[in-house]
Design a protein around this ligand. Structure first.
Ligand code: ATP
Length: 304
């Protein structure tokens, strides 16, 4: 008999709007964070083991910690503690979401590990408790669990689902190496200096464009307050954004804290052509065409 195991598929995210408030006393920033889950996935497989162990394969796997600092390991430990059991499980992460790429790869793995362990252990944690555990693990983790599209307030963890019509076509330009999210926030604060920062608010025009499935209108509304900071730390991203604009993208922006750049297009054909043009132009490591919204963490196989 094969070893019992549970595999969960979990998507990456792009922030179609990321409005960042001033720094709070606790060091975090209040956000208005419009998340869209997109079809680039990590897979996390949970198998019974004598101790909590992690393995990871795929692009950038060498930069993923395999100790207790891995977000998937932290998720398994938190769930086990909540149920008064030992976190004895092996978690294998098949990475496709770029590591430190501004697409919430670590958060995605945490959400997937929670769901996989809950299924493997038969702990049947109610959905609202799972989401509370997600919020304990990190600001982006609840969204990785729910997927679709959502507005995140607070640090991004207080979610309101957003209605979306149809599908948007995206191209993601992947960069060599990552950017540290805390470093990008620090640079954002530094660039702003003493300027007053308005309360972060989701733009009504952006929410309407999502609701209506209107890519052209969405393109005029996408915005990322972290983009100047990401460009300051990684000036070469300006070349990637310029290449996407030249190749006909409806809009281009840095994804979250970067360095991945996201381009909105008007359909699957334009997306494939844009991805080819970006790769040929040599301003990125690779380019991937995909769509969103897609569902959040989903159990694929369960042999428990
Ligand atoms: P976000 O978009 O949420 O700001 P990110 O996509 O830029 O995050 P991650 O891929 O989540 O960045 O990785 C950030 C850091 O977290 C990595 O450099 C790595 O050291 C650490 N990390 C811990 N667990 C994981 C994991 N399972 N996958 C990737 N990185 C992890």
């Amino acid at each position: 008999m094969p070893a019992p195991s549970v595999t969960v598929r979990v998507p990456a995210k792009v922030n179609v709007q990321l409005a960042v408030g001033g720094p709070r006393p606790d060091g975090f920033h209040d956000l208005a964070n419009v998340f869209l889950a997109v079809g680039m996935y990590d897979h996390v497989t949970a198998t019974p083991a004598d101790a909590l162990t992690i393995s990871c394969a795929g692009p950038g796997a060498e930069d993923v910690p395999l100790d207790a600092g891995n977000l998937a390991a932290r998720a398994a430990a938190l769930l086990a503690a909540r149920h008064g059991r030992r976190p004895d499980v092996h978690l294998h992460i098949d990475k496709d979401i770029p590591v430190a790429g501004g697409m919430a790869g670590g958060s995605a793995d945490a959400a997937a590990a929670l769901l996989a362990c809950d299924t493997l252990w038969g702990t049947a944690t109610p959905r609202d408790e799972l989401l509370a555990l997600c919020a304990e693990l990190g600001s982006d983790v609840p969204f990785s669990m729910v997927g679709g599209a959502a507005l995140g307030r607070g640090r991004g963890e207080r979610l309101t689902p957003l209605p979306v019509s149809g599908t948007f076509h995206w191209v993601f330009a992947l960069a060599d190496g990552g950017l540290s999210t805390p470093a990008v926030y620090r640079e954002c604060d530094r660039l702003r200096g003493d300027r007053p920062v308005p309360e972060p608010e989701a733009a009504p025009a952006l929410l309407a464009a999502l609701r209506d499935g209107d890519a052209a209108r969405l393109a005029t509304a996408v915005a990322n307050d972290l983009q100047p900071a990401a460009l300051s730390l990684r000036p070469a991203l300006a070349d990637t954004l310029a290449a996407g604009a030249l190749a006909g993208a409806l809009a281009g922006l840095v994804s979250g804290s970067g360095p991945t750049c996201a381009f909105l297009t008007d359909g699957a054909e334009s997306a494939a052509a844009l991805a080819a043009a970006l790769v040929a132009g040599g301003t990125c490591r690779a380019a991937r065409a995909t769509t969103g919204p897609v569902p959040g963490a989903t159990t694929l196989e369960s042999h428990a």
